[in-house]
Design a protein around this ligand. Structure first.
Ligand code: XMP
Length: 511
Protein backbone atom coordinates (compact mmCIF):
# COMPACT_ATOMS: atom_id res chain seq x y z
CA UNK A 1 0.00 0.00 0.00
CA UNK A 2 1.25 3.50 -0.86
CA UNK A 3 1.98 5.47 2.31
CA UNK A 4 1.72 8.81 0.53
CA UNK A 5 -1.57 8.61 -1.26
CA UNK A 6 -3.97 11.33 -2.36
CA UNK A 7 -7.36 10.25 -3.62
CA UNK A 8 -9.41 12.30 -6.02
CA UNK A 9 -13.13 11.63 -5.75
CA UNK A 10 -14.51 12.07 -9.22
CA UNK A 11 -17.79 13.95 -9.61
CA UNK A 12 -17.68 13.80 -13.38
CA UNK A 13 -15.63 16.83 -14.39
CA UNK A 14 -13.86 16.62 -17.73
CA UNK A 15 -10.73 17.73 -15.84
CA UNK A 16 -10.80 15.14 -13.00
CA UNK A 17 -7.98 13.02 -14.43
CA UNK A 18 -5.86 16.17 -14.81
CA UNK A 19 -5.95 16.64 -11.03
CA UNK A 20 -4.47 13.16 -10.56
CA UNK A 21 -1.95 13.85 -13.33
CA UNK A 22 -0.72 17.12 -11.74
CA UNK A 23 -0.25 15.54 -8.34
CA UNK A 24 1.73 12.66 -9.80
CA UNK A 25 3.95 15.32 -11.38
CA UNK A 26 4.72 16.53 -7.86
CA UNK A 27 5.87 12.98 -7.08
CA UNK A 28 2.89 11.90 -5.00
CA UNK A 29 0.83 8.85 -5.88
CA UNK A 30 -2.78 9.67 -6.69
CA UNK A 31 -5.82 7.61 -7.56
CA UNK A 32 -8.96 8.77 -9.27
CA UNK A 33 -11.88 7.06 -7.53
CA UNK A 34 -15.63 7.09 -7.88
CA UNK A 35 -17.41 9.64 -5.69
CA UNK A 36 -19.38 6.64 -4.42
CA UNK A 37 -16.39 5.30 -2.50
CA UNK A 38 -17.64 4.58 1.00
CA UNK A 39 -16.02 6.00 4.11
CA UNK A 40 -14.73 2.55 5.09
CA UNK A 41 -13.22 2.07 1.62
CA UNK A 42 -11.56 5.46 1.91
CA UNK A 43 -10.13 4.53 5.30
CA UNK A 44 -8.86 1.24 3.91
CA UNK A 45 -6.86 3.12 1.30
CA UNK A 46 -5.46 5.33 4.05
CA UNK A 47 -5.04 8.54 2.01
CA UNK A 48 -3.20 11.56 3.36
CA UNK A 49 -5.53 13.90 1.52
CA UNK A 50 -8.78 13.91 -0.42
CA UNK A 51 -9.69 16.09 -3.38
CA UNK A 52 -13.29 16.51 -4.46
CA UNK A 53 -13.36 17.18 -8.19
CA UNK A 54 -15.59 19.45 -10.20
CA UNK A 55 -18.61 18.09 -11.99
CA UNK A 56 -21.55 18.93 -14.22
CA UNK A 57 -24.26 18.87 -11.51
CA UNK A 58 -25.69 21.57 -9.24
CA UNK A 59 -25.67 20.94 -5.51
CA UNK A 60 -29.18 22.44 -5.12
CA UNK A 61 -30.74 19.78 -7.37
CA UNK A 62 -32.28 16.82 -5.59
CA UNK A 63 -30.43 14.00 -7.24
CA UNK A 64 -27.01 15.59 -7.34
CA UNK A 65 -24.18 13.41 -6.11
CA UNK A 66 -22.99 14.27 -2.62
CA UNK A 67 -20.39 12.82 -0.34
CA UNK A 68 -21.27 11.69 3.15
CA UNK A 69 -20.62 14.36 5.77
CA UNK A 70 -18.64 11.85 7.81
CA UNK A 71 -15.75 12.40 5.43
CA UNK A 72 -15.16 15.79 7.08
CA UNK A 73 -14.61 14.18 10.47
CA UNK A 74 -11.90 11.72 9.41
CA UNK A 75 -9.21 14.28 10.10
CA UNK A 76 -7.95 13.97 6.55
CA UNK A 77 -7.30 17.28 4.73
CA UNK A 78 -9.83 17.99 1.99
CA UNK A 79 -9.71 20.27 -1.03
CA UNK A 80 -12.88 20.85 -3.04
CA UNK A 81 -12.54 22.14 -6.60
CA UNK A 82 -15.47 23.94 -8.29
CA UNK A 83 -18.43 21.57 -7.70
CA UNK A 84 -16.31 20.12 -4.87
CA UNK A 85 -16.17 23.52 -3.16
CA UNK A 86 -19.90 24.10 -3.71
CA UNK A 87 -20.65 20.70 -2.19
CA UNK A 88 -18.53 21.46 0.88
CA UNK A 89 -20.41 24.75 1.26
CA UNK A 90 -23.83 23.11 0.92
CA UNK A 91 -23.01 20.34 3.36
CA UNK A 92 -21.85 22.91 5.95
CA UNK A 93 -25.09 24.88 5.43
CA UNK A 94 -23.80 27.63 3.18
CA UNK A 95 -25.79 28.68 0.09
CA UNK A 96 -25.05 27.80 -3.53
CA UNK A 97 -26.96 29.44 -6.37
CA UNK A 98 -26.87 29.78 -10.12
CA UNK A 99 -24.30 32.49 -10.94
CA UNK A 100 -25.53 35.79 -12.31
CA UNK A 101 -22.32 36.02 -14.31
CA UNK A 102 -21.28 32.62 -15.62
CA UNK A 103 -17.52 32.46 -15.84
CA UNK A 104 -15.72 30.38 -18.46
CA UNK A 105 -12.08 31.01 -19.16
CA UNK A 106 -9.33 33.15 -17.68
CA UNK A 107 -10.03 35.27 -14.60
CA UNK A 108 -7.95 37.39 -12.28
CA UNK A 109 -7.91 35.82 -8.81
CA UNK A 110 -7.11 37.93 -5.76
CA UNK A 111 -6.03 36.44 -2.44
CA UNK A 112 -7.92 38.04 0.45
CA UNK A 113 -6.40 36.22 3.40
CA UNK A 114 -3.18 34.43 4.15
CA UNK A 115 -3.58 30.67 3.82
CA UNK A 116 -1.27 27.65 3.67
CA UNK A 117 -2.98 26.88 0.36
CA UNK A 118 -1.61 30.09 -1.17
CA UNK A 119 2.03 30.01 0.00
CA UNK A 120 4.35 31.33 -2.74
CA UNK A 121 1.44 32.52 -4.86
CA UNK A 122 1.30 36.28 -5.62
CA UNK A 123 -1.71 38.22 -4.36
CA UNK A 124 -3.03 38.54 -7.89
CA UNK A 125 -2.80 35.81 -10.55
CA UNK A 126 -4.63 34.28 -13.51
CA UNK A 127 -6.88 31.29 -12.89
CA UNK A 128 -9.16 29.17 -15.09
CA UNK A 129 -12.86 29.36 -14.27
CA UNK A 130 -15.59 27.12 -15.66
CA UNK A 131 -18.80 27.37 -13.66
CA UNK A 132 -22.50 28.14 -13.78
CA UNK A 133 -23.09 28.05 -9.99
CA UNK A 134 -21.35 29.75 -7.12
CA UNK A 135 -21.33 29.95 -3.35
CA UNK A 136 -23.36 33.01 -2.33
CA UNK A 137 -23.20 32.53 1.42
CA UNK A 138 -20.20 31.02 3.15
CA UNK A 139 -20.96 28.48 5.90
CA UNK A 140 -20.49 29.91 9.37
CA UNK A 141 -17.53 27.68 10.11
CA UNK A 142 -15.65 28.89 6.99
CA UNK A 143 -14.13 32.15 5.80
CA UNK A 144 -13.39 33.58 2.35
CA UNK A 145 -9.75 33.56 1.32
CA UNK A 146 -10.01 34.80 -2.26
CA UNK A 147 -12.22 36.36 -4.93
CA UNK A 148 -12.35 37.32 -8.61
CA UNK A 149 -14.07 40.26 -10.26
CA UNK A 150 -17.31 38.42 -10.83
CA UNK A 151 -17.13 35.84 -8.05
CA UNK A 152 -16.83 37.29 -4.58
CA UNK A 153 -16.41 33.85 -2.96
CA UNK A 154 -13.79 32.13 -5.11
CA UNK A 155 -11.85 30.36 -2.33
CA UNK A 156 -12.80 29.31 1.20
CA UNK A 157 -11.17 27.72 4.20
CA UNK A 158 -12.59 26.08 7.33
CA UNK A 159 -11.90 28.07 10.49
CA UNK A 160 -10.38 25.14 12.34
CA UNK A 161 -10.08 22.09 10.09
CA UNK A 162 -7.94 21.47 7.04
CA UNK A 163 -10.82 21.84 4.62
CA UNK A 164 -10.44 24.14 1.62
CA UNK A 165 -12.41 24.98 -1.49
CA UNK A 166 -11.54 26.80 -4.70
CA UNK A 167 -14.02 27.80 -7.38
CA UNK A 168 -11.35 27.84 -10.12
CA UNK A 169 -9.52 24.88 -11.66
CA UNK A 170 -5.91 24.61 -10.46
CA UNK A 171 -5.46 21.45 -12.57
CA UNK A 172 -5.80 23.35 -15.85
CA UNK A 173 -2.53 24.74 -17.21
CA UNK A 174 -4.06 28.22 -17.64
CA UNK A 175 -4.21 28.57 -13.86
CA UNK A 176 -0.74 30.01 -13.58
CA UNK A 177 0.04 28.90 -10.03
CA UNK A 178 -2.10 25.74 -10.07
CA UNK A 179 0.85 23.45 -9.50
CA UNK A 180 2.05 25.63 -6.58
CA UNK A 181 -1.42 25.38 -5.04
CA UNK A 182 -1.35 21.58 -5.38
CA UNK A 183 2.14 21.47 -3.86
CA UNK A 184 0.88 23.52 -0.92
CA UNK A 185 -2.05 21.19 -0.41
CA UNK A 186 -0.26 17.91 -0.97
CA UNK A 187 3.18 18.56 0.53
CA UNK A 188 2.47 21.19 3.20
CA UNK A 189 -1.12 20.62 4.29
CA UNK A 190 -1.34 16.82 3.76
CA UNK A 191 2.37 16.35 4.58
CA UNK A 192 2.95 13.83 1.81
CA UNK A 193 6.49 12.97 0.78
CA UNK A 194 7.21 12.89 -2.93
CA UNK A 195 8.00 9.18 -3.12
CA UNK A 196 6.27 8.43 -6.43
CA UNK A 197 9.38 7.84 -8.52
CA UNK A 198 9.12 5.65 -11.58
CA UNK A 199 12.40 3.91 -10.82
CA UNK A 200 10.96 2.69 -7.52
CA UNK A 201 7.77 1.74 -9.30
CA UNK A 202 9.72 -0.41 -11.77
CA UNK A 203 11.69 -2.23 -9.11
CA UNK A 204 8.60 -2.92 -7.02
CA UNK A 205 6.65 -4.12 -10.08
CA UNK A 206 9.37 -6.50 -11.18
CA UNK A 207 9.57 -7.97 -7.71
CA UNK A 208 5.79 -8.33 -7.31
CA UNK A 209 5.31 -9.92 -10.75
CA UNK A 210 8.11 -12.40 -10.03
CA UNK A 211 6.46 -13.35 -6.74
CA UNK A 212 3.04 -13.68 -8.30
CA UNK A 213 4.04 -15.73 -11.33
CA UNK A 214 6.54 -18.05 -9.58
CA UNK A 215 7.04 -21.08 -11.85
CA UNK A 216 4.07 -20.41 -14.13
CA UNK A 217 4.10 -19.00 -17.62
CA UNK A 218 2.87 -15.65 -18.91
CA UNK A 219 1.42 -14.99 -22.34
CA UNK A 220 1.52 -11.49 -23.79
CA UNK A 221 -0.04 -10.22 -26.99
CA UNK A 222 2.35 -7.60 -28.27
CA UNK A 223 1.22 -5.05 -30.86
CA UNK A 224 4.23 -2.95 -31.76
CA UNK A 225 2.88 -0.04 -29.74
CA UNK A 226 4.51 1.52 -26.71
CA UNK A 227 2.23 0.09 -24.00
CA UNK A 228 2.54 -3.58 -24.90
CA UNK A 229 6.28 -3.22 -25.57
CA UNK A 230 6.94 -1.65 -22.17
CA UNK A 231 4.77 -4.35 -20.58
CA UNK A 232 6.84 -7.02 -22.33
CA UNK A 233 10.10 -5.49 -21.11
CA UNK A 234 8.89 -5.33 -17.49
CA UNK A 235 7.61 -8.89 -17.49
CA UNK A 236 10.72 -10.21 -19.23
CA UNK A 237 12.82 -8.56 -16.52
CA UNK A 238 10.59 -10.23 -13.92
CA UNK A 239 10.26 -13.78 -15.23
CA UNK A 240 12.68 -14.11 -18.17
CA UNK A 241 11.94 -17.03 -20.49
CA UNK A 242 8.62 -17.79 -18.75
CA UNK A 243 7.26 -14.91 -20.86
CA UNK A 244 5.78 -15.92 -24.22
CA UNK A 245 5.16 -13.00 -26.57
CA UNK A 246 2.87 -13.34 -29.53
CA UNK A 247 2.20 -10.83 -32.25
CA UNK A 248 -1.23 -11.41 -33.76
CA UNK A 249 -1.36 -9.94 -37.22
CA UNK A 250 -5.02 -8.96 -37.48
CA UNK A 251 -4.51 -7.40 -40.90
CA UNK A 252 -5.54 -4.07 -39.38
CA UNK A 253 -2.00 -3.02 -38.56
CA UNK A 254 0.36 -0.56 -40.18
CA UNK A 255 3.29 -1.77 -42.29
CA UNK A 256 5.79 -0.49 -39.69
CA UNK A 257 4.32 -2.62 -36.86
CA UNK A 258 5.96 -5.91 -37.93
CA UNK A 259 9.29 -4.12 -38.31
CA UNK A 260 8.97 -2.55 -34.85
CA UNK A 261 8.31 -5.96 -33.36
CA UNK A 262 11.34 -7.40 -35.07
CA UNK A 263 13.55 -4.54 -33.76
CA UNK A 264 12.22 -4.93 -30.23
CA UNK A 265 12.79 -8.66 -30.18
CA UNK A 266 16.36 -8.16 -31.38
CA UNK A 267 17.19 -5.32 -29.01
CA UNK A 268 15.58 -6.74 -25.87
CA UNK A 269 16.56 -10.31 -26.58
CA UNK A 270 13.23 -12.05 -26.21
CA UNK A 271 11.51 -14.08 -28.95
CA UNK A 272 8.18 -12.92 -30.40
CA UNK A 273 6.02 -15.38 -32.33
CA UNK A 274 4.07 -13.93 -35.27
CA UNK A 275 0.60 -15.37 -35.94
CA UNK A 276 -1.06 -14.60 -39.24
CA UNK A 277 -4.74 -14.10 -38.37
CA UNK A 278 -5.68 -11.69 -41.15
CA UNK A 279 -8.36 -13.89 -42.76
CA UNK A 280 -9.84 -14.86 -39.42
CA UNK A 281 -10.35 -11.27 -38.19
CA UNK A 282 -11.76 -10.08 -41.50
CA UNK A 283 -14.25 -12.93 -41.50
CA UNK A 284 -15.37 -12.17 -37.94
CA UNK A 285 -16.06 -8.52 -38.79
CA UNK A 286 -18.08 -9.29 -41.92
CA UNK A 287 -21.36 -7.38 -41.83
CA UNK A 288 -20.49 -5.53 -38.61
CA UNK A 289 -21.09 -1.79 -38.66
CA UNK A 290 -21.38 -0.82 -35.02
CA UNK A 291 -18.11 0.44 -33.47
CA UNK A 292 -18.71 -1.07 -30.03
CA UNK A 293 -19.55 -4.43 -31.60
CA UNK A 294 -16.34 -4.28 -33.64
CA UNK A 295 -14.31 -3.58 -30.52
CA UNK A 296 -15.98 -6.38 -28.55
CA UNK A 297 -15.49 -8.90 -31.38
CA UNK A 298 -11.83 -7.98 -31.71
CA UNK A 299 -11.31 -8.33 -27.95
CA UNK A 300 -12.99 -11.75 -28.05
CA UNK A 301 -10.93 -12.94 -31.00
CA UNK A 302 -7.71 -11.87 -29.33
CA UNK A 303 -8.68 -14.05 -26.38
CA UNK A 304 -9.48 -16.92 -28.76
CA UNK A 305 -5.92 -16.76 -30.13
CA UNK A 306 -4.42 -16.37 -26.67
CA UNK A 307 -6.25 -19.46 -25.51
CA UNK A 308 -5.25 -21.45 -28.58
CA UNK A 309 -1.63 -20.43 -28.20
CA UNK A 310 -1.56 -21.10 -24.45
CA UNK A 311 -2.76 -24.66 -25.05
CA UNK A 312 0.19 -25.17 -27.39
CA UNK A 313 2.64 -23.79 -24.83
CA UNK A 314 1.01 -25.51 -21.84
CA UNK A 315 0.88 -24.39 -18.20
CA UNK A 316 0.07 -20.75 -19.00
CA UNK A 317 -1.79 -19.20 -16.09
CA UNK A 318 -1.28 -15.53 -16.76
CA UNK A 319 -2.23 -13.19 -19.55
CA UNK A 320 -0.37 -9.89 -19.61
CA UNK A 321 -1.80 -6.75 -21.15
CA UNK A 322 -0.52 -3.23 -21.78
CA UNK A 323 -3.62 -1.57 -20.35
CA UNK A 324 -2.91 1.98 -19.15
CA UNK A 325 -4.86 4.27 -16.85
CA UNK A 326 -6.68 6.23 -19.56
CA UNK A 327 -7.96 2.95 -21.12
CA UNK A 328 -9.62 2.17 -17.81
CA UNK A 329 -10.92 5.65 -17.07
CA UNK A 330 -12.47 5.94 -20.54
CA UNK A 331 -13.85 2.41 -20.74
CA UNK A 332 -15.57 2.33 -17.40
CA UNK A 333 -17.51 5.10 -15.72
CA UNK A 334 -16.18 6.11 -12.32
CA UNK A 335 -19.66 6.38 -10.93
CA UNK A 336 -22.83 6.87 -12.88
CA UNK A 337 -21.91 10.43 -13.79
CA UNK A 338 -19.68 9.82 -16.74
CA UNK A 339 -20.86 7.33 -19.30
CA UNK A 340 -18.38 4.86 -20.80
CA UNK A 341 -16.92 6.43 -23.91
CA UNK A 342 -15.59 3.43 -25.76
CA UNK A 343 -14.49 -0.06 -24.85
CA UNK A 344 -10.77 -0.07 -25.34
CA UNK A 345 -10.26 -3.52 -26.78
CA UNK A 346 -8.20 -4.75 -23.87
CA UNK A 347 -10.70 -3.52 -21.27
CA UNK A 348 -14.15 -3.97 -22.73
CA UNK A 349 -13.54 -7.05 -24.84
CA UNK A 350 -12.42 -9.52 -22.22
CA UNK A 351 -14.91 -12.22 -21.26
CA UNK A 352 -16.15 -12.21 -17.66
CA UNK A 353 -14.88 -15.74 -17.00
CA UNK A 354 -11.43 -16.34 -18.32
CA UNK A 355 -9.03 -19.12 -17.59
CA UNK A 356 -6.15 -16.63 -17.31
CA UNK A 357 -5.29 -14.35 -14.46
CA UNK A 358 -4.44 -10.86 -15.69
CA UNK A 359 -1.15 -9.05 -15.26
CA UNK A 360 -1.39 -5.37 -16.17
CA UNK A 361 1.69 -3.62 -14.81
CA UNK A 362 0.86 -0.25 -16.39
CA UNK A 363 -2.77 0.04 -15.46
CA UNK A 364 -2.21 2.85 -12.98
CA UNK A 365 0.09 4.87 -15.24
CA UNK A 366 -0.59 7.73 -17.60
CA UNK A 367 0.80 7.66 -21.13
CA UNK A 368 3.73 9.98 -20.50
CA UNK A 369 4.72 7.96 -17.43
CA UNK A 370 4.75 4.83 -19.62
CA UNK A 371 7.00 6.65 -22.08
CA UNK A 372 9.42 7.62 -19.30
CA UNK A 373 9.44 4.02 -18.12
CA UNK A 374 10.11 2.85 -21.70
CA UNK A 375 13.12 5.16 -21.87
CA UNK A 376 14.48 3.72 -18.62
CA UNK A 377 14.03 0.20 -19.98
CA UNK A 378 15.85 0.96 -23.24
CA UNK A 379 12.86 0.47 -25.55
CA UNK A 380 13.97 1.30 -29.15
CA UNK A 381 13.34 4.90 -30.25
CA UNK A 382 11.03 4.00 -33.16
CA UNK A 383 8.64 2.48 -30.61
CA UNK A 384 9.19 5.08 -27.90
CA UNK A 385 8.39 8.03 -30.12
CA UNK A 386 5.80 6.35 -32.33
CA UNK A 387 2.33 7.81 -32.33
CA UNK A 388 -0.12 5.67 -30.38
CA UNK A 389 -2.07 3.19 -32.45
CA UNK A 390 -5.32 1.63 -31.18
CA UNK A 391 -5.46 -2.12 -30.55
CA UNK A 392 -8.35 -2.68 -33.01
CA UNK A 393 -6.17 -0.83 -35.52
CA UNK A 394 -7.44 0.23 -38.92
CA UNK A 395 -10.74 -1.57 -38.34
CA UNK A 396 -11.96 1.40 -36.27
CA UNK A 397 -10.60 3.89 -38.79
CA UNK A 398 -12.81 2.39 -41.48
CA UNK A 399 -16.19 3.70 -40.50
CA UNK A 400 -18.85 1.03 -40.91
CA UNK A 401 -18.17 -2.39 -42.39
CA UNK A 402 -14.56 -3.39 -42.99
CA UNK A 403 -13.50 -5.17 -46.16
CA UNK A 404 -10.28 -6.04 -47.97
CA UNK A 405 -10.50 -3.19 -50.46
CA UNK A 406 -11.09 -0.57 -47.78
CA UNK A 407 -8.14 -1.89 -45.75
CA UNK A 408 -5.91 -1.63 -48.79
CA UNK A 409 -7.11 1.94 -49.53
CA UNK A 410 -6.50 3.01 -45.95
CA UNK A 411 -3.07 1.37 -45.70
CA UNK A 412 -1.89 3.17 -48.86
CA UNK A 413 -3.22 6.50 -47.53
CA UNK A 414 -1.61 5.98 -44.11
CA UNK A 415 1.70 5.22 -45.76
CA UNK A 416 1.57 8.50 -47.77
CA UNK A 417 0.67 10.40 -44.61
CA UNK A 418 3.57 8.85 -42.75
CA UNK A 419 6.05 9.78 -45.54
CA UNK A 420 4.85 13.38 -45.67
CA UNK A 421 4.82 13.82 -41.89
CA UNK A 422 8.49 12.83 -41.91
CA UNK A 423 9.38 14.97 -44.94
CA UNK A 424 7.74 18.08 -43.48
CA UNK A 425 9.32 17.39 -40.08
CA UNK A 426 5.87 17.31 -38.50
CA UNK A 427 5.75 13.75 -37.10
CA UNK A 428 7.37 14.59 -33.77
CA UNK A 429 5.61 17.94 -33.42
CA UNK A 430 2.15 16.39 -33.24
CA UNK A 431 0.77 13.75 -30.88
CA UNK A 432 -1.12 11.56 -33.33
CA UNK A 433 -1.95 11.67 -37.04
CA UNK A 434 -4.03 9.31 -39.12
CA UNK A 435 -6.59 8.93 -41.88
CA UNK A 436 -10.20 7.83 -41.44
CA UNK A 437 -12.04 6.24 -44.34
CA UNK A 438 -15.65 7.38 -44.40
CA UNK A 439 -18.53 5.23 -45.63
CA UNK A 440 -19.81 7.92 -47.96
CA UNK A 441 -18.98 8.54 -51.59
CA UNK A 442 -18.85 11.89 -53.32
CA UNK A 443 -18.75 13.06 -56.91
CA UNK A 444 -15.51 14.34 -58.35
CA UNK A 445 -13.96 15.01 -61.71
CA UNK A 446 -10.66 13.41 -62.64
CA UNK A 447 -9.13 13.74 -66.11
CA UNK A 448 -12.39 15.06 -67.54
CA UNK A 449 -14.25 12.05 -66.19
CA UNK A 450 -16.78 11.85 -63.43
CA UNK A 451 -15.62 9.93 -60.37
CA UNK A 452 -17.71 8.62 -57.52
CA UNK A 453 -15.40 7.53 -54.71
CA UNK A 454 -14.90 7.51 -50.95
CA UNK A 455 -14.25 10.53 -48.76
CA UNK A 456 -11.35 10.33 -46.29
CA UNK A 457 -10.66 12.52 -43.29
CA UNK A 458 -7.28 13.57 -42.00
CA UNK A 459 -7.07 13.73 -38.19
CA UNK A 460 -4.02 15.31 -36.55
CA UNK A 461 -4.14 16.16 -32.86
CA UNK A 462 -2.03 17.64 -30.12
CA UNK A 463 -2.47 16.37 -26.60
CA UNK A 464 -0.63 15.88 -23.36
CA UNK A 465 -2.34 12.73 -22.17
CA UNK A 466 -4.84 11.68 -24.89
CA UNK A 467 -7.74 12.36 -22.54
CA UNK A 468 -8.30 15.78 -24.08
CA UNK A 469 -6.88 17.05 -27.37
CA UNK A 470 -6.98 19.88 -29.86
CA UNK A 471 -6.70 19.77 -33.61
CA UNK A 472 -3.22 20.56 -34.87
CA UNK A 473 -3.06 23.81 -36.89
CA UNK A 474 -1.02 22.37 -39.77
CA UNK A 475 0.54 24.44 -42.55
CA UNK A 476 -1.69 24.75 -45.57
CA UNK A 477 1.04 23.38 -47.90
CA UNK A 478 1.11 20.17 -45.90
CA UNK A 479 -2.66 19.74 -46.04
CA UNK A 480 -2.63 20.40 -49.75
CA UNK A 481 0.18 17.91 -50.33
CA UNK A 482 -1.56 15.16 -48.39
CA UNK A 483 -4.81 15.75 -50.24
CA UNK A 484 -3.11 15.82 -53.67
CA UNK A 485 -1.00 12.74 -53.09
CA UNK A 486 -3.77 10.62 -51.62
CA UNK A 487 -6.27 11.50 -54.31
CA UNK A 488 -3.77 11.01 -57.13
CA UNK A 489 -2.11 7.89 -55.82
CA UNK A 490 -4.83 5.99 -53.98
CA UNK A 491 -7.54 4.44 -56.08
CA UNK A 492 -10.86 4.76 -54.29
CA UNK A 493 -10.63 8.22 -52.65
CA UNK A 494 -11.59 11.41 -54.47
CA UNK A 495 -12.07 13.84 -51.58
CA UNK A 496 -10.15 14.71 -48.42
CA UNK A 497 -11.43 16.68 -45.44
CA UNK A 498 -9.61 17.86 -42.33
CA UNK A 499 -11.17 17.11 -38.93
CA UNK A 500 -10.77 20.20 -36.76
CA UNK A 501 -12.72 19.12 -33.68
CA UNK A 502 -11.16 18.94 -30.24
CA UNK A 503 -11.66 16.25 -27.60
CA UNK A 504 -14.09 16.75 -25.95
CA UNK A 505 -16.59 16.95 -27.59
CA UNK A 506 -15.17 14.49 -30.16
CA UNK A 507 -12.88 11.59 -29.35
CA UNK A 508 -9.56 11.20 -31.13
CA UNK A 509 -10.52 8.06 -33.06
CA UNK A 510 -13.81 8.26 -34.91
CA UNK A 511 -15.13 4.92 -33.62
P1 XMP B 1 -10.00 8.20 -28.11
O1 XMP B 1 -10.49 7.82 -29.47
O2 XMP B 1 -10.65 7.39 -27.03
O3 XMP B 1 -8.48 7.77 -28.10
O4 XMP B 1 -10.05 9.67 -27.87
C1 XMP B 1 -7.56 8.10 -27.10
C2 XMP B 1 -6.26 7.41 -27.44
O5 XMP B 1 -6.42 5.98 -27.29
C3 XMP B 1 -6.21 5.32 -28.53
N1 XMP B 1 -7.22 4.26 -28.60
C4 XMP B 1 -6.99 2.98 -28.25
N2 XMP B 1 -5.87 2.38 -27.82
N3 XMP B 1 -7.02 0.32 -27.70
C5 XMP B 1 -5.89 1.04 -27.57
O6 XMP B 1 -4.87 0.46 -27.21
C6 XMP B 1 -8.19 0.85 -28.11
O7 XMP B 1 -9.19 0.17 -28.21
C7 XMP B 1 -8.16 2.26 -28.40
N4 XMP B 1 -9.12 3.12 -28.84
C8 XMP B 1 -8.50 4.35 -28.93
C9 XMP B 1 -6.38 6.38 -29.59
O8 XMP B 1 -5.69 6.05 -30.78
C10 XMP B 1 -5.83 7.60 -28.90
O9 XMP B 1 -4.44 7.63 -28.91
Amino acid sequence: MQKNLIIVLDFGSQYSHMIARRIRDIGVYTLLCSYKLSVSEILKKNPKGIILSGGPCSTYHHQSPLILKEIFYLNIPILGICYGMQMISSLFKGIVKKSIHKEFGKSCFIIDQKSLLFQNIPRQSNVWMSHMDEVTKVPETFHVIGHTDSCSIAAIQHNKKNIYGVQFHPEVKNTKYGIVLFKNFVLTICQCHPTWILKNFLQKKIYSIRRRVQKNKVLLGISGGLDSCVTACIIYKSVGSSLYCIFIDTGFLLEEDQKNIHDLSKKMNFPIKVIDAKKHFLHQLKGINDPEQKRKIIGKEFIYFFQKESEKIGNVNFLAQGTIYSDIVESSPMGTLRSPIKSHHNVGGLPQRMKFKLIEPLKKLFKDEVKRLGKQLGVPKNILYRHPFPGPGLSIRIIGEVNKRKISILKKSESILSQELQKFGIYHLVSQAFIVLLPIKSVGVMGDKRSYEYVAALRVVNTEDFMTSTCSPLPYQFLEKISNRIINEVDGINRMVYDITSKPPSTIEWE
